[in-house]
Design a protein around this ligand. Structure first.
Ligand code: HEC
Ligand code: HEC
Length: 147
């Protein structure tokens, strides 16, 4: 290949790259949200629902489900120094507080080694366990318990 030809080919390649790049500036199609064509601030209802209080555990829907939280969790802080949930839910405190002790899995590190305290993998409880609100489902559905 001559030097001139190589230069011409390189220039052509750059030109192609530039034109296809220009395509990316076109308006990308957006997905239609379930709430319809209204903006989030218009539909933001946070704060109007109340956290439910059951005073007893809520039956699970399938094996290995993280049980949902049957009580209010307002003000229960989880910071690097304190985990309010563990004040009641640690296996030591549970007999006194009446809370279900956290599962054994919550004291294991990733190698399956038992730890004296809650594992960092289970530290942020609300990652998996959620309180319940008196809100209607956003979309009607036929969700049922696994048999
Ligand atoms: C003041 C004590 C207390 C604190 C703090 C507390 N809980 Fe509880 N929790 C309970 C008790 C007692 C129950 C048993 C049901 C009931 O009486 O509401 C319970 C039940 C639960 C259950 C249901 C367990 C099951 O077997 O179904 C979950 C999940 C749970 N709590 C998670 C949490 C999380 C997450 C936090 C922190 C954000 C927390 N709890 C903070 C006392 C507490
Ligand atoms: C990564 C997800 C995850 C995190 C984080 C987590 N859990 Fe769980 N939790 C589960 C799952 C899944 C189960 C049910 C299966 C099991 O027993 O391991 C469970 C079970 C439980 C139970 C019921 C135990 C029983 O014997 O029935 C309680 C109570 C509980 N968790 C409390 C907590 C608290 C309090 C925290 C925070 C300190 C926490 N969990 C963090 C996933 C999680």
């Amino acid at each position: 290949m001559t030097r001139k030809l190589a230069c011409a080919l390189a220039a052509a390649a750059i030109a192609v790259a530039l034109t296809s790049g220009a395509g990316a500036q076109e308006k990308t199609p957006t997905a239609q949200p379930l709430r319809g064509p209204v903006s989030i601030p218009e539909t933001n209802n946070s704060g109007i629902y109340k956290m439910e209080r059951h005073d007893r555990v809520i039956p699970r829907n399938h094996a290995w489900q993280p049980p949902v939280i049957p009580h209010n969790v307002k003000g229960y802080q989880i910071t690097k120094d304190v985990n309010m949930c563990m004040v009641c839910h640690s296996s030591k405190a549970a007999p006194r507080t009446g809370a279900t002790p956290v599962a054994k899995s919550h004291y294991l590190d990733r190698d399956g080694k038992e730890l004296p305290n809650i594992s960092t993998r289970r530290y942020f409880c609300l990652q998996c366990h959620v309180p319940q609100f008196d809100a209607e489902p956003l979309v009607e559905n036929t969700f049922g318990k696994a048999k």
